[in-house]
Design a protein around this ligand. Sequence first.
Ligand SMILES: Cc1cc2nc3c(=O)[nH]c(=O)nc-3n(C[C@H](O)[C@H](O)[C@H](O)COP(=O)(O)OP(=O)(O)OC[C@H]3O[C@@H](n4cnc5c(N)ncnc54)[C@H](O)[C@@H]3O)c2cc1C
Length: 367
Amino acid sequence: MKIAVIGRGLWGAAAARHLALSGADVTLIGPSEPVDKTAHPGVFGSHYDEGRITRKNASDPYWARISIASIDRYAEIEAQSGIGFYTEAGAVLAGGADYMALVEASRAACDISCDMLDRAALAQRFAFFDFPDHFTGYHEVTRAGHISPRRLVEAQTKAAQNLGAKLLPETVDGINERPNTVEVITAHGRHSFDQVLVAAGYNTDRVLGRDAQLQVFARTIAFFEVPPAEALRLKSMPTLIYEAAEDPYLLPPIKYPDGKLYIKLGGDPDDVPLSSEKDVGDWFRSGGNRAVRDHQAGILRSLMPDLNFTSLSMGACVTSWTKDRRPEVARLSNRLSVCTGGNGAGAKCSDEIGRLGAALILEETGD
Ligand SMILES: Cc1cc2nc3c(=O)[nH]c(=O)nc-3n(C[C@H](O)[C@H](O)[C@H](O)COP(=O)(O)OP(=O)(O)OC[C@H]3O[C@@H](n4cnc5c(N)ncnc54)[C@H](O)[C@@H]3O)c2cc1C
């Protein structure tokens, strides 16, 4: 039984590891991160970064449960691959009464332990944040913080390979489902598989050749370079998500491949949809929207008025949304399955989503 997973991103690489763990004959297909994004003519991914928030709490218990299941396996993935990707910096969710009531419902449903902080406790614990007076917050001190999505993909891929998976670092141009096989076409050849799981992120509909199901939105991320002394001052800074119109999220100083330390803030004032392949490619190649970056700089200046940053830069990414705001992990036919739709929140919980995708195939093959 030959199985292909198309898409070497957070979900596809996780699915490949779980399939390899079960002893299946699995090939993970997908290109590496482009070296020069501004000139790259091909496909992109939403994991080309060093920081994604990981936390157990969520406003929907579904996401809390799959995050908890994934976080519980971070150490296993690190051990199987020899690649570290997780930093236990802690995570804070903060907001007004209605916002925190939603979080509390999910927290209680999943019995998540965290410190509950009133306005005074928030100010005392995180003197570097200037929250509105009506805010309270939850601080997850353990099993929360940030992961490097780039290194997590690397770790899942390496672990899968260590368990016997094959890697085909190519872009898929099309798939043909036939009665006894699925043909996967890349620039370098045609490959036959018994089962195929498509986990190609924003590009999943195109790879499947189906009508658009996902809504894809442009996302700009602002990067604030901080000197080492400032990073030291902020050494207790957790990741943060808080109530505001832009749904801002913030990560503490993280070292990037250029050796510098950056605080990252995301959260767009508008949802700009991207529909064609060219729109998505042009967006990634553009490197982000300057007006959004400057707006985000204003948000950070209000939240952290004492922050000393030495440069401001930005990045472009996309989020892919399903209609029901839950991942699409589904069997489409006897031979084709799909695992997509991160809804802007699918990094932390990627291992469990990949496991669910793998389970679809294993149920079908009886393994
Ligand atoms: C700015 C930003 C911030 C985010 N912050 C967080 C966060 O803090 N916490 C969190 O949990 N989540 C976060 N997310 C969401 C998370 O990154 C995504 O949910 C996650 O990347 C989804 O994983 P995926 O495998 O579906 O897609 P991707 O990671 O995008 O992987 C898809 C893969 O498919 C490949 N592919 C595409 N087309 C083809 C093809 N034709 N042939 C072969 N391969 C193909 C691509 O090369 C890519 O590697 C954020 C997303 C963005 C954009």
